[in-house]
Design a protein around this ligand. Structure first.
Ligand code: GDP
Length: 345
């Protein structure tokens, strides 16, 4: 395993006893939420901060929908629909059926219980509370222990340039089922938007930073597009570990591999590692891709090879333990990193 050359690791010397061990995870929706849940199970959940993409946010019937925030929140609350990975387990669709009766069934369905989240969020936003405060409050009421933070309180909107013209994210992803060929991705508003309050400081003072196996181009890049985020990652003293969302040349779910092909990139974990190469110290590669390790190590990035497929809650915790153990090995000067708990403890 090679030490990373582009970014210095922390100066030597143990951290003080009274320092809180903080883990930061950057996440999108489904892939991100699964590893965030694993990290919450494997570490002290209340020392975990999950920074979540809001480039997918949009308005429907005047309601503010934050799909990735909700996926992370419901997953951490143990409420997520296990089949879809998004929405609420056991939710019903009566509102959709009624809209259908009116002849205006939307292409984006909201479950009945899920609808309550959007109603409450929209009301709180309309009352003048920023999204980060609204998110904290919703999570508190659902007994979510980790801190869930939208990447920004300001609107940033992911837009995909496709063969059918410019498509706002949800039109591309849900309405068109990510089938249009994509040429480019932009994040409208990212130049004006501020990172969420406390977010840059949280990254700066983290003990471990994890880039979840989320879509690098649609879920992580919007976070990286915000002013100050790349700089703070480049200068972070904590080890930064990215987990591959690509296994054996394919995405586990969603358009990541298809997008890579369309953007002229080889759909492989090596390309994902290259995408993050300027700031990550370690990359978690799936066992099925073990043969690619040397190409990633040649970029000066340490490699951990393990099973990255998270099918069960135990898989999530096991992968999280592997990631945290790897981070600690990359930064032996520091005592601990995040505190490991036994899965299931
Ligand atoms: P979205 O916003 O709901 O699309 O969610 P994310 O961007 O967070 O997650 C989508 C990515 O997660 C896809 O590129 C998947 O390949 C990846 N992914 C989903 N489940 C897993 C898993 O169990 N293991 C790994 N390694 N990647 C996963």
């Amino acid at each position: 395993m090679l030490p990373h050359t582009a970014r210095p690791l922390a100066q030597s010397g143990p951290i003080a006893d009274n320092d809180v061990m903080n883990c930061i995870a950057l996440a999108g929706g489904v892939g991100g939420a699964k590893l965030a849940d694993g990290l919450a199970r494997a570490t002290d959940a209340d020392s975990l901060t999950v920074i979540v993409n809001t480039g997918d946010d949009f308005d429907l019937y005047g309601l503010h929908i934050s799909p990735d925030l909700d996926t992370v929140m419901y997953t951490l609350a143990g409420m997520a629909n296990p089949e879809t990975g998004w929405g609420i387990a056991g939710d019903t669709w009566h509102n959709f059926e009624m809209l259908d009766k009116y002849g205006v069934a939307p292409w984006f369905r909201l479950g009945d219980r899920d609808l309550a989240t959007h109603l409450l969020r929209t009301k709180m936003l309309a009352d003048g509370q920023p999204l980060s405060v609204v998110t904290r409050e919703l999570c508190r009421r659902l007994n979510v222990a980790p801190r869930v933070m939208p990447m920004s309180d300001d609107p940033v909107r992911t837009v995909i340039a496709t063969e059918q013209g410019l498509l706002p994210f949800q039109e591309y992803f849900v309405r068109h089922g990510w089938q249009p060929v994509a040429h480019a991705i932009t994040f409208e508003g990212c130049d004006e938007a501020e990172a969420a309050p406390g977010m840059l400081r949280a990254i700066e003072t983290a003990d471990t930073i994890v880039i979840c196996p989320s879509n690098p181009y649609l879920s992580i890049d919007p976070i990286l597009s915000l002013r100050g985020v790349r700089d703070v990652l480049l200068n972070a003293t904590a080890p930064i570990i990215a987990v591959t969302p690509i296994i054996a040349g394919e995405a586990v779910k969603g358009p990541a591999a298809k997008l890579m092909r369309e953007l002229g990139l080889e759909p492989s974990a090596v390309e994902v590692a290259r995408h993050y190469a300027d700031f990550v110290n370690g990359f978690v590669l799936d066992t099925r891709d073990a043969g690619l390790a040397s190409q990633i190590e040649a970029m000066g990035i340490g490699v951990l090879i393990t099973d990255t497929l998270m099918t069960t809650p135990d898989d999530r915790a096991r992968l999280a333990c592997d990631v945290i153990g790897f981070a600690d090995r990359l930064q032996p000067e520091k005592l601990g990193g995040c505190k490991l708990r036994q899965p299931g403890a």
